[in-house]
Design a protein around this ligand. Structure first.
Ligand code: UDP
Length: 253
């Protein structure tokens, strides 16, 4: 068995060359980072939970016609995805004020926004992913006007789907981040949802109690991150009976 070629190692995931051209194996690590990697830890089981939860959301999105990079889950820690050219933007959708928006505008966390608000940050760790406007995006050519229309539409469709699914299990979708990538099909190119959708990239609050079930548990030292993510997985029926997020990976060949 030959060793797979590593393409990229990020903070929470490692990407390997996939078995077919145009595919990538996405490996979910247990590493947790916050505040631009100033705070870091290894949380056993996080990678397994995020792999399963991201699969759940991406499969649902594919089923309602929102294109994503997800092809199939390979094992507890890995999924096969389509290779994309990542658009260098973090696309943030907010339904309630929290985090940096609450701080920037002096809003109380949890204030319902008049409508979903979409924001864009430049993907650049060295700069701390700064907020950018559509003017910046157009002027620097990070995405075209057509791309921005498609991105807005994808972001709002993902928001409607996720907010509905989560509300059904008593979880409020406060905000989340997605990334999109370009795929080329013959003479055409289109944008699809890429990266991951998991409690690492969302704010999820229990509807009744307001309890945080997302990465803020780690950022703000609010308890066990694994317990919080396991609760989300349990409510969505994602963890198979008897499965434990601590299981080690089965390698694919
Ligand atoms: N987010 C993310 N990655 C980032 C920045 C933000 O996944 O690099 C998510 C974050 O988990 C939250 C939403 O995007 O669900 C909005 O984050 P915010 O701008 O409030 O930043 P934060 O307060 O998390 O730094």
């Amino acid at each position: 068995m030959s060793r797979r070629k590593k393409i990229y190692e990020g903070k929470a995931k490692t990407l390997f060359e996939g078995p077919e051209p145009g595919t990538i194996v996405q490996y979910f690590k247990d590493d947790a980072t916050a505040f631009n990697a100033e705070k870091r830890d290894v949380i056993e089981g996080k990678g397994v939970l995020n792999n399963m939860l991201s699969e759940y959301f991406m499969v649902g999105l594919n089923m309602i016609g929102v294109p994503t990079h997800f092809i199939k889950r390979l094992n507890m820690r890995e999924q096969l995805v389509r290779a994309v050219e990542i658009v260098p933007l973090e696309i943030i959708v907010r339904n309630y004020a929290a985090g940096s928006l609450a701080k920037r505008l002096g809003l109380e966390e949890g204030t319902q926004l008049p409508r979903p608000i979409v924001e864009y940050c430049l993907k650049d760790d060295k700069l701390g992913d700064p907020l950018v406007s559509e003017e910046h995006i157009a002027a620097f050519g990070w995405a075209s006007a057509q791309d921005m229309d498609d991105i807005l539409s994808l972001a709002l469709r993902v928001n409607d789907f996720m907010a509905g699914v989560l509300y059904g299990v008593g979880i409020r979708l406060v905000d989340f981040k997605i990334e999109v990538g370009r795929v080329f099909e013959g003479d055409f190119q289109r944008l699809i949802v890429a990266d991951e959708i998991s409690p690492d990239s969302c704010r999820l609050w229990d509807v009744e109690t307001g309890q945080k079930l997302d990465k803020d548990v780690f950022r703000r030292d609010l308890g066990s991150l694994t317990d919080a993510y396991t609760e989300v997985a349990r409510r969505l029926g994602v963890m198979p009976k008897g499965a434990t997020p601590m299981a080690r990976p089965t390698l694919i060949n």
